[in-house]
Ligand binder design. Sequence first.
Ligand code: SF4
Length: 432
Amino acid sequence: MSRTYCIKTYGCQMNSHESEKLSGILSSRGYDETDNIDIADIVLLNTCCIRESAETHILGNLGIIKKAKEKRPSMIVGVCGCMTQQNGAAEKLKKRCPFIDIIFGTHNLHMLSEYLDSAEKGKKVIDIWDSEGQIEEGLPIKRIGKISALVNIMYGCDNFCSYCIVPYVRGRERSRNPQNIISDVKNLIDGGYREITLLGQNVNSYSCDGVDFAELLNRLSDLEGNYWIKFLTSHPKDLSEKVISTIAQKEHLAHFIHLPIQSGSDRILQLMNRKYSAKEYLDKIEMVKSYLPDVGLSCDIMVGFPTETEEDFLQTLDVVEKVGYSNLYSFIYSQRKGTPADKMTQVPIEIKKERIDRLIKKQFVIANKIAEDSIGKIYTVLCDGKESDKFIGKTGSDKKVAFTGSNARLGEFTRVRITEAHNSKLIGIEVQ
Ligand code: SF4
């Protein structure tokens, strides 16, 4: 009977992609994947610590895993990722959950095979690396999908936003060699992948061997094939006109920008250490729209940052109104130990909740209007699913579309005319 593993992933796309690498390592050791912890020989939790709720959820799941391990003591339990990388967190976790066999951090996932060798001999492992070391290339990757793929171009962050734990758990910025990235993307395109998303905490500060982010995009978009390239995440202070003009000139670069503003108040932006003002952000949005009139914009906004007043919040609503995001990811500020914002005067939770409700309602109206404005337009759509009688796909500007058509094929591009919009969702029909 084959041996199996189950990976539970929390958090962002960076973590999802790292779980694909953990999967690759386990598959190359002969393990098959299962989503059932009751039969898995290895259970790995790839954790997140960006918000308190993520940590609470992970600790809850560890309680369930403990019961499974009591029934099958041979099961190996591993915990890795951002939560374990926090200062002192691994030791605390070991005390709280002594049944865990392997604890490792964000800088050493490539060591999983060695850790399993030890755990299989009954030896517990805790290994948290303080510094990031070299970028490990050539790890096996078992990808979740066959149409869209994630590719790391850089790791870490140098920005130290005052609320964010990422620079402490992911280390300083370091970029992958452009040749390695180009080779990965080429292999994916040749393997039939149609959507490649380049990943980094701040892709706009990519820099390696004299190649900046605009030049990397330029080189990638010269590859032969049928594909588009998207990227996440951009920091507003680093998004350059050179990047946007490259996107405007090159066929394979999708017209979609995720540009998190976090707050529309200059006072709060300063406290957040974001290093731009609301006006500078809006000027950048204008620049983007001037090059890419059909661009799809999305954004992260944090509500209830320490000391946020009603006036600060109204300035955030004002930016949301002015920009017109098709998608908005809004969050309630979550205190993170070890960050400067943790020590600032906190906003009561009822106020945070009331504000996020208002923000969501405002965005709902804006997204509906943007969706209605799409009616009658024709988009290139990448077909990536099917639900009952309709195909599901997305546009280069990252709008989700449900459509009917007789020529559509999963994993292929097609042209779709939008005929209806319901609650910001687009409905269409394939056109020849
Ligand atoms: S840019 Fe700011 S929010 Fe983003 S990962 Fe870096 S420190 Fe965190």
